[in-house]
Design a protein around this ligand. Structure first.
Ligand code: SF4
Length: 323
C-alpha cells in the first residue's frame, strides 16, 4: 500500500503492482476525523496548520503506512514539511512534482522519475492506462447523468469523482460499484431543483453539505476539482492526460474549465469552498473577477456538520438565486 497526498498518475503505481491509497479520503472517511486532527496537534502541529495536513499526517501514523508519494509541486507547500516529519518517523517518501510550467517535456521527466523509482515500465503503464480509461469513461457518464439527465445527486457525483484519485485501491471493485450504481439509477425520476449550483475548490471538510443544499431546493451539478481528479479527457497519451488536468497548474486553466461548465450545465451560481489557512483562498479574488456569475465563498476549518452561520449563508444565496 502506498499513500498518496493528492491525485497523481496512479497508472504508474498500479503498473508497478502497488496499491495507491488517497490519504485525504482515508482521513475524512475515518470514524473520527476530528480526533486525527487533535492527535496531530498533540504531536506539535500548530492550530494554524490546515486540517487536511494534520489529518493526513495522523492517518499515515495510525495506519502504519510505510511509503508515501508526496506531491511536492502543484499541490500544497505544507506537504513538503509534513513529508519530512513522516520521513523522520521512518516512512519512505517518494516525491512527485507537477512542473510549474505546464509543459510536456517537464511532466514527462517527472513521471519518468516516478516510473523509475517504482520500478515499472512504460509498456505496463500504457496497459494500465487503457484499463483505467474504461473506468474513467464510466465516471464521465455519471457526470453527464448528473447535469444532463439530472438523475445523480451532488453527493453521489462528489463521492465517485473524489474516489477516482486512487479507485479506492482496487479498480476492479470500483468498476463493479460503478456498474451497480448505473443500473440502480437507470429508473430514477429526474430531479427538478429551482437552482443549479457548481462547487469550486478543494473537497469540503463539512458533513451533510450536499444534503443540506438539496434540502433547500438546489443541487450541485458540477464538482470542479473532484471532476478533475477523474481526468475526464479524451487523450490517448498519458502525458497529455495529466497535462489536461487543471488542478496542479495555474488558475487560468481552471477558469476556462469552470466557464465551460457554467454554460454547458446552465449553472445559476457557484459555491467556492476555501479551507482555513489554505493559500488557495487567494484564488477567490480571481474567480470572482473573471467568472461573471454569483459566487458564494465559504470557509471550513474542522470536520463536522456545517455551522448555523454557514447554513444561513447558503440558504440566503439559494433564495437570492431563485428569486
Ligand atoms: S486545503 Fe490547502 S493548505 Fe490544506 S492541504 Fe489542501 S492545498 Fe494544502
Amino acid at each position: 500500500m502506498i499513500g498518496i497526498t493528492t491525485t497523481i498518475p496512479v497508472e504508474i503505481v498500479f503498473a508497478a503492482g502497488q496499491k495507491p491509497i488517497d490519504l485525504n479520503n482515508l482521513f475524512i472517511t475515518s470514524s473520527s476525523p476530528a480526533d486525527l486532527i487533535n492527535q496531530a496537534e498533540l504531536s506539535g502541529f500548530a492550530p494554524s496548520i490546515c486540517s487536511w495536513i494534520k489529518g493526513i499526517y495522523s492517518t499515515v501514523i495510525n495506519h502504519d503506512i510505510k511509503k508515501v508519494i508526496a506531491v511536492t509541486g502543484g499541490d500544497c507547500s505544507n506537504t513538503i514539511a509534513m513529508s519530512e516529519l513522516l520521513e523522520n518517523k521512518g516512512v519512505e517518501i517518494i516525491p512527485f512534482q507537477y512542473p510549474f510550467e505546464r509543459k510536456r517535456e517537464s511532466l514527462l521527466f517527472q513521471m519518468d522519475k516516478l516510473r523509475e523509482r517504482l520500478n515499472t515500465t512504460w509498456m505496463a503503464i500504457e496497459e494500465t492506462k487503457n484499463r483505467l480509461a474504461r473506468i474513467r469513461k464510466k465516471l464521465r457518464k455519471i457526470d453527464e447523468l448528473t447535469y444532463r439527465e439530472n438523475i445523480v445527486t451532488g453527493l453521489e457525483n462528489h463521492l465517485f469523482m473524489v474516489s477516482s484519485s486512487d479507485f479506492n485501491g482496487d479498480p476492479e471493485a470500483f468498476d463493479h460499484n460503478l456498474d451497480q450504481f448505473l443500473i440502480e439509477i437507470s429508473q430514477r425520476t429526474p430531479f427538478k431543483e429551482n437552482v443549479r449550483l457548481g462547487y469550486l475548490g478543494v473537497p469540503p471538510i463539512f458533513n451533510q453539505f450536499y444534503e443540506f443544499i438539496e434540502s433547500k431546493g438546489s443541487r450541485i451539478v458540477f464538482n470542479e476539482v473532484q471532476r478533475q481528479f477523474s481526468l475526464p479527457f479524451d487523450h490517448h497519451d498519458i502525458i497529455d492526460l495529466y497535462l489536461a488536468y487543471t488542478y496542479p497548474y495555474g488558475i487560468h486553466g481552471r477558469i476556462q474549465d469552470i466557464k465551460k461548465a457554467v454554460r454547458e450545465r446552465e449553472l445559476d451560481g457557484l459555491i467556492h469552498y476555501t479551507q482555513t489557512f489554505c493559500f488557495r483562498q487567494l484564488y477567490d479574488i480571481l474567480l470572482k473577477e473573471k467568472l461573471g456569475i454569483p459566487i458564494l465563498t465559504l470557509e471550513g476549518d474542522r470536520p463536522g456538520c456545517i455551522d448555523g452561520r454557514t447554513g444561513l449563508r447558503i440558504e440566503t444565496f439559494i433564495e437570492m438565486l431563485s428569486s
